[in-house]
Every structure is written in C-alpha cells, then in structure tokens.
Design a protein around this ligand. Structure first.
Ligand SMILES: *[C@@H]1O[C@H](CO)[C@@H](O)[C@H](O)[C@H]1NC(C)=O
Ligand SMILES: *[C@@H]1O[C@H](CO)[C@@H](O)[C@H](O)[C@H]1NC(C)=O
Ligand SMILES: *[C@@H]1O[C@H](CO)[C@@H](O)[C@H](O)[C@H]1NC(C)=O
Ligand SMILES: *[C@@H]1O[C@H](CO)[C@@H](O)[C@H](O)[C@H]1NC(C)=O
Length: 490
C-alpha cells in the first residue's frame, strides 16, 4: 500500500484510499452492465426470432390506419380488395350476368356504381342482383367533358369507393360492368406487391392502334386495374381538379391514368389482364396465353363465343368450371410431341387442345394463332404481341379439341376431357386422317399449389401416355412439372 499503485489494477481498498478516483470503479462497472444488457437482448431477439409463439412480444406488427387493428403484414386475400364496377342503370340489367359469374355474395366486397337507381319494374329481378349497387355521388354532372359525360362519373368511382371508408381495404380494383375477373388469380397477382406502397397495376390494349391513340402507359379499364390504398388516397385528393384539366380525354380510364401520372406513379403491366380490344374469334389469345395467371376477360358480348356451338354464357360457365377446379392452371400451355407419328400437341389447360399432323417447334406453338383482327380498324395488326397466321394450307391446320368435362380426382388432382370440334376438314391426307382418329383427349394433372405464381414462372411439361395408344378414339395426356434437366423439343 505504501507504493503508489494508483494506476495499477483496481482493488477494493483503493476506493476508500482514493475516493476522488470514483470513475476508476464506475467505468468498469458500466462496462459490465452494458455487456450483460447486450448479451440478454441478443438472446431475447434470438429467442423471439426462432420461437414464433414467444410469450414476450417485443415488437408489435405495424398497423395500418385503415386496418382496424388487423396486422398489416398478413397475406393479401380477396377480403382486402374493394371492387368498383362502372355501370349504368340502362345497361346493368343486361350486363350484371357478367359479374354474377365471379361475384361471391358473402365474400366479394364492392359496389356497382349507377347513374340512377333503376325503376322498380325494370328491377324486378332484384333478388338476383348480387352486387350491391350505389348511386354515384351526384356532383359528377358539374365537370367539363368533351365526348362522354359518363366517363367523368366512372372516373370518380375511385373517389366514391374510397369515401365508403370500409376497413381493411388494401386494393381498389376498378373495372367495367362486363369485366369478368378470375379473382383467385387477381389475388395472387396483387399479393406479390406491397400494398403499403403506391402501385398502379393493369394491362393495356392488345391493338397497337388503341395504345397509340390513348396511351401505352395507361391501364385500360375494361380489363380492370388495381390501385393500392396509398395511391388511391393520394389520387382522390387531386382527382376533381385533375378531371377538369383532362376534360378532352375520351374514357374514364385515361382520366385516371392522367391524374396518376401527375403523382408520378407508372403503370405496372401484368399480362393476365385482358382488355380484349379485338374483333372476331379470341381463340388464338386464349389458346396462346402467356405464362402468367389469367386475371380478367372483357368485351365478351362483342367477340365470338369462346367455345363453338354454345352461347357465350354457357361457354364462360364451362371455362369457369375448369378454373374453379384448378384456378392457377387455367389456360396454361404445355407442349408434347409424338415423334413416331410426327404430331405436335398443344394443351391450353381447361380450354382447348391442338394436334398438328407435323412437327412445330415450341417457339412456334407458344405464338398465338391470329384468329382475330384489331379493334378499331378491323385490321390484321399490329398487336402488342407476336401472332402467327391460321395456316392457309388445310393439311397444316391443327385439329381442335374443346373442353367438355371437368372432374376432380381426390383433393389434389383433376381430369379434364376435350372433344374434337365438329368443323369441316378440307385436308384428306392420311396424316390428317390419323389425327382425326382421336376424337377425345383426357388430360390428368395435379392442382397447382397456392403459391405457384409467387415463384419464377415456367411453363409445365406434358407427356402422351400409353405410348400414344388410341383407345375408343381417346388419347391420354399428363401435364406435370418439368424434370430437372427436361426441355421440350422433338
Ligand atoms: C383475409 O385475411 C384476413 C386477415 O388478414 C382475415 O381476417 C380474413 O378472414 C381473410 N379473408 C378470407 C376470405 O380468407
Ligand atoms: C328475371 O329472371 C328470370 C329468370 O332468371 C328471367 O326469365 C326474366 O327474363 C328476368 N326478367 C327480367 C325483367 O330481366
Ligand atoms: C350443338 O349443340 C346442340 C345442342 O346442344 C347439339 O344437339 C348439336 O349436336 C351440337 N352440334 C355440334 C356440331 O356439336
Ligand atoms: C383429296 O381430295 C381432292 C379433292 O377434294 C382429290 O382431288 C384428291 O384425290 C384427294 N386425295 C386423296 C388422297 O384422297
């Protein structure tokens, strides 16, 4: 003790001997406290991260103002969407059959917005109206317009819908009264995006002439489009002033786009929204659907029936039956070859099969057959995707098969059958006659898992079963995931 140890290691007696050196003991003590704190907080974080049912709730999930307390990070489902249907009292009676195809009375949320409430006589079948209707807020008549007054009213549906102030709305989906949605697929598309950010999602017109006249950057309203809550919130603040600024535009969808462009949010294009700005037979687009979920169809009373020898409504109901059995798979293409017979087979699941009596590359098969013309000029193109002509040589034309029956196999599988179309076949080659021996095709497959479209898209593979044996005019095909090193060619 007699030797100066003041700058030596700390000893208990030092404290009393040199009380002015208080910090000598305080600093190491603080270090120990800090160390204990760090170790314990790291262990709590690890504990809560690896044990989800942890009793210690350290971090509360982020709550949105409009969620009514529901955690805002739960996966998006149909309940998070508010639909706004642009209708009119004069046409709703005839058009509501389209929404009856997809509207689920106890699950789907939204309204059809009308200019006036139909007269009682006109509305005799009120019990059949599943979609609740609302009157557009009446001040729409005060706005400037050049060609269509109702375009102003329809554009303001987003504002009317927002002002309903319904809880837990993440997405506002706007469409026409003749838009048919495939809601399971709509949900899987929207669920990929963070609804707490500003998103504008939809598709544009198939006809280039329409896109150049209106805009490539706008979501065409007939195919439907989605606005996330924060974008809708911002849009409704500027909407009325903006509508007057763009009074000279044609449609409501173009007004919405113009106003969103003032916010600076671009359109996120998704290939599953179908405006169907085409004339004639939509077969080529449906059979040549891209590797993307089918989200919507439109203009169905203008294009030809999608299945031969049926009314459009019956045809749609048949397609929707397949969609219900395996929602994510509807219209998905896969290709197979019968090398011995030199056949190429294209399956567009739940809709159609084509058999060509020749070998065509997958590159050709994936390209839509041009069975339609453009919307405005009924021209031969151009379209926003490549097409191939319907082969003029009858011997190079495919034999077509259309969906006839859908069966579920257990919980996990489906069997769909397709019947040969009763069309005139002008080719009398033996190759063609061989294909014609197949009058029915049965396709078996496993249902696609719910997260299918959350992963990177890839076309599935298919194979002809029983070594291509045709029994009672029937051929069997299986569609399945491609194997690791599998690619399709002949
Ligand atoms: C959608 O998710 C919410 C939770 O975020 C849940 O309360 C609701 O019941 C779900 N709706 C459907 C139709 O599954
Ligand atoms: C009402 O519904 C019935 C059956 O669905 C139909 O036959 C009838 O034409 C409908 N009436 C009107 C006015 O649309
Ligand atoms: C068309 O439909 C009718 C009635 O469903 C049926 O009797 C007829 O055989 C069908 N024709 C063809 C060519 O499939
Ligand atoms: C195919 O039909 C054409 C006329 O329709 C005929 O001239 C030709 O001989 C036929 N060929 C065969 C192989 O039957």
């Amino acid at each position: 003790m007699s030797h100066g140890r003041s700058h030596g290691p700390l000893k208990s007696s030092v404290f009393f001997a040199y009380p002015e050196k208080l910090c000598d003991i305080f600093v190491p003590l603080a270090r120990i406290v800090l160390l204990v704190f760090m170790v314990s907080s790291i262990s709590i974080v690890l504990y809560t991260a690896f044990i989800p049912q942890s009793p210690f709730i350290l971090f509360k999930p982020v709550l949105n103002v409009n969620t009514g307390g529901e955690p805002d990070t739960a996966p998006t489902n149909i309940s998070h969407i508010l639909f706004g249907i642009g209708g009119s009292a004069a046409t709703w009676e005839a058009r509501r059959v389209y929404s009856s195809l997809w509207w689920h009375p106890t699950i789907t949320r939204g309204f059809v917005w009308l200019d006036y409430i139909p007269h009682k006589n006109q509305d005799r079948n009120r019990t059949n109206i599943w979609v609740p209707h609302r009157l557009s807020s009446p001040d729409w008549t005060k706005f400037k317009f050049s060609s269509s007054k109702s375009a102003v009213r329809i554009a303001r549906i987003i504002r009317d819908s927002f002002n309903e102030k319904l809880p837990n709305v993440r997405w506002f989906v706007m469409g026409d009264d003749d838009t048919v949605y495939f809601t399971e697929n709509l949900v899987s598309v929207l669920a990929k995006y963070d609804h707490r950010q500003m998103w504008y999602i939809g598709g544009n017109s198939e006809s280039v002439e329409q896109d150049t006249m209106h805009s490539y950057g706008m979501a065409f309203g007939g195919g439907g489009f989605a606005l996330s809550y924060p974008l809708a919130e911002k849009l409704v603040r500027i909407l009325d002033g903006c509508i007057d600024r763009y009074y000279y535009f044609y449609g409501s969808d173009q007004r919405i786009w113009a106003c969103i462009s003032e916010i600076g949010v671009p359109l996120t294009i998704h290939p599953g929204f179908h405006q169907f700005d085409i004339r004639g037979n939509p077969y080529g687009i449906l059979a040549g659907h891209p590797v993307a979920p089918l989200v919507s169809l439109h203009h169905l009373d203008i294009v030809d029936q999608i299945l031969p020898n049926r009314t459009q409504m019956d045809a749609l109901k048949t397609l929707i039956e397949a969609y219900r059995a395996d929602p994510h798979r509807i219209l998905q293409q896969s290709f197979a070859y019968d090398i011995k017979r030199k056949w190429s087979v294209l399956v567009a699941w739940g809709y159609t099969i084509q058999i060509y009596p020749l070998l065509l590359t997958p590159f050709d098969l994936q390209t839509p057959l041009q069975t339609f013309t453009t919307w405005r000029s009924w021209g031969n193109g151009p379209f926003t995707f490549n097409t191939r002509p319907w082969p003029p040589d009858p011997c190079k034309q495919p034999v077509l098969y259309f969906l006839d029956r859908v069966d579920e196999v257990g919980m996990a599988g489906t069997r769909t059958s397709y019947k040969m179309a009763q069309t005139e076949h002008k080719c009398n080659s033996t190759e063609h006659a061989n294909v014609m021996a197949v009058t029915q095709i049965t396709v078996s497959s496993l249902k696609m898992p719910p997260d299918y479209w959350k992963k990177a898209p890839q076309r599935q593979c298919c194979e002809i079963l029983d070594h291509g044996k045709i029994k009672d005019g029937s051929l069997r095909i299986r569609v399945r995931k491609c194997r690791k090193w599998e690619s399709i060619s002949f």
